[in-house]
Design a protein around this ligand. Structure first.
Ligand SMILES: NC(=O)c1ccc[n+]([C@@H]2O[C@H](COP(=O)([O-])OP(=O)(O)OC[C@H]3O[C@@H](n4cnc5c(N)ncnc54)[C@H](OP(=O)(O)O)[C@@H]3O)[C@@H](O)[C@H]2O)c1
Length: 324
């Protein structure tokens, strides 16, 4: 496992971070037991993962808390999140502090390494910065939080407007950003800013449904050719991403997807979500592998570099809201 410094936090974190939400929620979202989910987190620890990203709404904080009980607290970086509705007004601050206190309890810990506001839209950003952040900074003085972060919404903010403002505010030490083979605009719109301000980046949506479910990819390609965002031949080709699979290249599309994001300048941690021990092993291997061959990366950029907002499916059926 490789370790990197997470922006100005100075935290040394594994480049592969276990995402405890998404569709899998460590397996709880796909019918596995809590004991299996705890075992999955321990397997990740054994393979060198030291960053775990959970959230109040995922229902996996308790699992993470149980799994890390046996290891020194300072050997893991626990990131969690509070989701605060935009219309909360002044009470947003109390709600965020209550969420923090509940997360501490669920995780059975005295402090959260990275406390993030979850899925902040561009419209909700002023509330986050002016009302919630000051309250959380007071909690930080009490030792409950080490660093503050924000995560973007994905589907309703495909141009990363919220994160672009947050990076310059000086309050948020980390941001969570969507970036993948068919949604590459963070390269120009986000990473130059995060690198300039030394804000740590956690990557989400590297694979999601679009690269783990062939039928989902086929549907997306059909829609993109119908709307003339991609040339016709792409949807007519039986295996349009097949060029990525070859000797010296990737063995699977998911491997290609994780390798593609991992080596992008400005990306610190690649979050991967799974409930499957074999996928966990394969994903860590992919994130630890060298970059995709240059010719494959160039083809991905030429074919898909102009696409925006593709494949950012929300896991929960709340319209316009992606709480990954
Ligand atoms: N707004 C937000 O704050 C937000 C939004 C989205 C995500 N996130 C964070 O980012 C994390 C990562 O996102 P994500 O969970 O969607 O992860 P992801 O890594 O992009 O996609 C995971 C999906 O792909 C499948 N998969 C994973 N590895 C596979 C493999 N090797 N072969 C085939 N299928 C595979 C998983 O199913 P299996 O269980 O079968 O492996 C799961 O359905 C989340 O867990 C969460 O922590 C945050």
């Amino acid at each position: 496992m490789e370790y990197v410094t997470l922006g100005r936090t100075g935290l040394r974190v594994s480049v592969a971070g276990l995402g405890c939400g998404g569709f899998s929620r460590l397996g709880l979202g796909t019918g596995k037991s809590e004991a299996e989910a705890v075992a999955l987190v321990r397997q990740a620890l054994d393979l060198g993962v030291n960053l775990f990203d959970t959230a109040a709404v995922y229902g996996t904080e308790g699992v993470v808390g149980q799994a890390v009980k046996g290891v020194p607290r300072d050997s893991v970086v626990i990131a969690t999140k509070a989701w605060i509705p935009r219309r909360e007004g002044r009470s947003a601050a109390e709600r965020a502090v209550a969420s923090l206190d509940n997360s501490l309890k669920q995780l059975s810990t005295d402090y959260i390494d990275i406390f993030q506001l979850h899925g902040v839209s561009s419209r909700a950003y002023d509330q986050a910065r002016d009302i919630i952040a000051p309250a959380l900074l007071k909690e930080r003085e009490k030792g409950k939080i080490r660093y503050l972060g924000v995560t973007e919404t994905g589907s309703s903010d495909a141009e990363h407007e919220m994160v672009r403002r947050a990076v310059e505010a000086g309050v948020w030490d980390t941001v969570m950003v969507a970036f993948h083979m068919m949604h590459q605009n963070a390269r120009a719109r986000v990473f130059p800013l995060t690198m300039a301000h030394r804000v740590g980046t956690l990557l989400m949506f590297a694979v999601r449904n679009i690269f783990s479910k062939p039928e989902r990819l086929a549907t997306a390609l059909r829609e993109l050719t119908a709307s003339r965002q991609l040339p016709r031949w792409v949807a007519d080709t039986p295996n349009p991403l097949g060029f990525l699979i070859h000797e010296g290249g990737a063995r699977t599309i998911t491997e290609a997807a994780y390798r593609f994001v991992r080596h992008e300048p400005g990306v610190d941690v690649v979050l991967f979500g799974t409930g499957d021990p074999d996928h966990l092993r394969a994903n860590i291997a992919a994130i630890s592998a060298p970059p995709l061959p240059l010719a494959d990366r160039q083809t991905l950029t030429k074919l898909f570099g102009h696409l925006v907002g593709v494949g950012l499916d929300p896991p929960y059926s709340m319209p316009g809201l992606t709480l990954g």
